[in-house]
Design a binder for this molecule. Structure first.
Ligand code: ADP
Ligand code: MG
Length: 608
C-alpha cells in the first residue's frame, strides 16, 4: 500500500479533489436514506388521511445525536404534510430525492473527472521509468530476462496497476462512508437487526475472501504465461523470413499453439474462480436478506418498529451491499495490482551492475593506448570462460585485428571495451586508467561501433545517421553519407534523406544498411573504432563499396577490427589469433605467414 502511495505524490492536488468529490458523493448517498422514510409513511398512511405517526425510535432506545437529527428530519416532514397537504408533501419529498441523486451523480462524475489525469499520469510515469530502466540496465540482464516478459510488464502489468489505482481511490473515499452512514442509520433504527446484518456480512466476507486469495496466485501465473506468448510472437515476426524459408510455419505454429493453449487453460481456471465470486455473493446476499426479512417482519408484527421504518432499514441494508461488494472487489483488484507492482518494481529495482564509479573521471580525449591486461571473462550463465588471460595493446593511431574461428571470443573482446560487460579478472586500461574508473558516457563517446548486424531504427535516413547527435548539421550528415558511399543511393530514395527506412531498415539492402551505420560512425567521428565483422554479412559487390567506406573510416584512427575475411586485415599493425578464448598467435600478416601456424592455415583455407 505504502509503496503505491509514493506514485500518487505528484498528483496530490488532483487526488484531494477526487477524494473530496467522492466524499460529497457518499454524503448525498447517505442523505437519501432517511428521505425515503417519510415518503413511505405518507404512502402507508394513504388510507386514514391523518398525519403519519412517526415511530422511528425503537422502544426504549437511548437518546443520541443521531436520533436528535432523525427526529428533527421527521418533525420537519410532519410539519410539511400538515402545512401543504399530502400530495404536495409527496411531491416535495420526491423532488428532494431527485435532488440528492443529482448531487450524488454530479460528484461521482467530478471525482472521475479529477481522477482521469491521475491514473493516466501514474501509468505514464511508470512506463517512462520502466523504459528508462531498460535503457540503463546492462546487456547481461537481457540475456536472462526474456523480452516478451518485459513487454508484458510494460503493458499488462502497468494496466493492472492502473485498475488498482482507480480502485483504491474510489473505494477508500467512497465505500466506507456509505457503509458507515448506512450503519449509523441502521443503529438508530434497530440495533438488533443490525447485529443480524453484521453476522451475515462477516460470514459471507470470509467465504468471498478465501476465493480472492487464490485468485492472486493464479493471476500471477497467467501474467507470466502472457509474457511467454509475447516473446513467441516477437520471435515469429522477427524470424518470418527464416520460418517461411525453412517451411517451418507448422512447427512454429505448434510451438505457439502449445503455449497459447497453456495460457488459455490458466485463464479458464482463473475465470472460473473469479466468476464464482458474483453468484456466490448474490446467493449469500439473498440468504442474508431472507433471514433479515424474517426477523424484521417479526419485529413489525410485534409492533416494535413500523413497516415504513423496516422498509427503510432494508433500503439502507441494500445500500451497504453494493459498497461492500465494491470494497471486496477493490481489495481483490488492489491485491492484483500489488502483484503487478511487484513485478514492475522487480525491474525498476534490478541492480544496475555497470554504472559510474563514485569518483569516476571524465575521458577528455583518447591519446595514448588501450591495454587489455590479463583479462579473463565468463558469461553469467555459462560454465566455461569466454576469454582467458588476454593481453593486448592498441596504440593510438594503430589498427589491431582479431581473427579466429567463430566462438573464439572475438566479439566478447569488442564488447568489453565499451563496458557492455565488465571483466572479471584483469583490467582494461585507457591511457593508463582502468575503464571502470571512467565516466561511462565519456568512455563510450570515445568509440564508434559498426557490427555485423546493421542496427537501424524505424525512422528517416537522416535521423538514423544523426542518431544521438542532435547537433549534427545537414552538411555534416551529407558529408558522412558521401564518405560512407551511401549518398548516391540515399538521394535516389523517394524523399532522399527524409525517407523512412522501415522497421530495422527493411526497405534497404544489406549493403545499404551497413553503409548507413558506417555513415553514422563517421559522423560521430570517434577516436576509437570497433568493427565487428562489418562486412561479413554482405555479398562481394556491396562488400567492396562498404570496404572502401571502411578504409576511409579507418584513416588515422585507432581501431579494433574483427574480420571474417582475412584479406581485409592484412594491413593491420598487429593481428591477434584467438582460439577458444585464448591468444594463440600474434604478429603482422607477413610474420604470421612465416610462422607457419594457425594463421597460415586460416589464410590457406580461405584462399581455396
Ligand atoms: P566470436 O565473436 O569470436 O564468434 P563470441 O565472442 O561471440 O565469439 O563468443 C565467445 C564464446 O562466448 C562462445 O562460446 C559463445 O557461445 C559464448 N557467448 C557469447 N555470447 C554469450 C552470451 N550472451 N551468454 C553466454 N555465452 C555467450
Ligand atoms: Mg562475433
Amino acid at each position: 500500500m505504502l509503496r503505491l502511495l509514493q506514485y500518487y505524490k505528484p498528483y496530490k492536488n488532483l487526488l484531494i479533489l477526487a477524494l473530496a468529490s467522492n466524499l460529497l458523493m457518499s454524503l448525498f448517498m447517505v442523505v437519501s436514506i432517511p428521505v425515503l422514510q417519510p415518503f413511505l409513511q405518507i404512502l402507508f398512511s394513504a388510507g386514514d388521511g391523518s398525519a403519519p405517526g412517526i415511530t422511528l425510535r425503537a422502544p426504549g432506545a437511548q437518546d443520541s445525536g443521531f436520533q436528535a437529527i432523525e427526529n428533527r428530519v421527521n418533525a420537519f416532514f410532519s410539519q410539511l404534510i400538515q402545512d401543504h397537504g399530502r400530495e404536495e408533501a409527496l411531491l416535495i419529498v420526491c423532488g428532494f430525492l431527485v435532488l440528492t441523486f443529482f448531487g450524488k451523480n454530479l460528484f461521482r462524475y467530478l471525482s472521475l473527472y479529477f481522477l482521469a489525469p491521475v491514473r493516466n499520469g501514474i501509468v505514464r510515469d511508470l512506463r517512462n521509468k520502466l523504459v528508462g530502466k531498460m535503457l540503463a540496465l546492462p546487456l547481461a540482464y537481457f540475456s536472462e530476462e526474456r523480452k516478451g516478459d518485459l513487454m508484458s510488464r510494460i503493458s499488462a502489468d502497468v494496466q493492472e496497476i492502473e485498475w488498482s489505482i482507480v480502485g483504491v481511490v474510489e473505494s477508500v473515499a467512497r465505500e466506507p462512508i456509505v457503509i458507515l452512514g448506512s450503519l449509523a442509520f441502521m443503529i438508530v433504527v434497530s440495533p438488533q437487526l443490525l447485529i443480524f446484518v453484521f453476522g451475515l456480512m462477516l460470514f459471507s466476507g470470509l467465504i468471498i475472501g478465501g476465493v480472492g486469495r487464490s485468485l492472486r496466485k493464479q493471476s500471477g501465473e497467467a501474467q507470466s504465461r502472457l509474457g511467454l506468448i509475447g516473446s513467441l510472437v516477437e520471435e515469429t515476426l522477427g524470424g518470418l523470413r527464416i520460418i517461411k524459408g525453412f517451411n517451418a510455419e507448422q512447427w512454429q505454429m505448434q510451438r505457439f499453439g502449445t503455449e497459447n493453449q497453456r495460457y488459455a487453460h490458466t485463464l479458464t481456471r482463473l475465470y472460473r474462480r473469479k466468476d464464482l465470486a458474483s453468484p456466490l455473493s448474490e446467493f449469500l446476499g439473498i440468504g442474508a436478506v431472507a433471514v433479515l426479512l424474517w426477523f424484521g417482519a417479526k419485529q413489525v408484527f410485534a409492533g416494535e418498529i413500523s413497516a415504513a421504518t423496516f422498509i427503510t432499514f432494508l433500503y439502507a441494508f441494500y445500500n451497504i451491499i453494493e459498497p461492500a461488494k465494491q470494497l471486496s472487489g477493490a481489495s481483490y483488484s488492489i491485491r492484483k495490482g500489488m502483484g503487478a507492482l511487484e513485478r514492475v518494481e522487480a525491474v525498476l529495482d534490478a541492480p544496475l551492475g555497470i554504472h559510474d564509479a563514485e569518483q569516476a573521471t571524465e575521458v577528455l580525449a583518447f591519446q595514448d593506448t588501450v591495454v587489455f591486461k590479463n583479462v579473463s571473462f565468463r558469461y553469467q550463465n555459462s560454465d566455461r570462460p569466454a576469454l582467458a588471460n588476454i593481453d593486448l595493446t592498441i596504440p593510438h593511431g594503430k589498427i589491431v585485428a582479431l581473427v579466429g574461428a567463430s566462438g573464439a571470443g572475438k566479439s566478447t573482446i569488442a564488447d568489453l571495451l565499451p563496458r557492455f560487460y565488465d571483466v572479471q579478472e584483469g583490467q582494461i586500461l585507457l591511457d593508463g586508467v582502468d575503464i571502470r574508473q571512467l565516466r561511462l558516457r565519456s568512455l563510450r563517446a570515445q568509440m564508434g561501433i559498426v557490427s555485423q548486424e546493421a542496427i537501424l531504427f524505424n525512422d528517416t535516413v537522416r535521423n538514423n545517421i544523426a542518431f544521438g547527435l542532435e547537433s549534427a548539421t545537414d552538411e555534416a550528415i551529407m558529408a558522412a553519407a558521401k564518405a560512407a558511399n551511401a549518398h548516391d543511393f540515399i538521394v535516389e530514395m523517394p524523399e532522399g534523406y527524409h525517407t523512412n527506412i522501415g522497421d530495422r531498415g527493411s526497405k534497404l539492402s544489406g549493403g545499404q544498411r551497413q553503409r548507413l551505420t558506417i555513415a553514422r560512425a563517421l559522423l560521430k567521428n570517434p577516436p576509437i573504432l570497433i568493427l565487428d565483422e562489418a562486412t561479413s554479412a554482405l555479398d562481394s559487390e556491396s562488400e567492396k563499396l562498404v570496404q572502401a567506406a571502411l578504409d576511409r573510416l579507418l584513416q588515422n584512427r585507432t581501431a579494433l577490427v574483427i574480420a571474417h575475411r582475412l584479406s581485409t586485415v592484412q594491413y593491420a599493425d598487429e593481428i591477434i589469433v584467438l582460439d577458444a578464448g585464448r591468444i594463440v598467435e600474434r604478429g603482422t600478416h607477413e610474420g604470421l605467414l612465416q610462422k607457419n601456424g594457425v594463421y597460415r592455415k586460416l589464410v590457406e583455407l580461405q584462399a581455396l
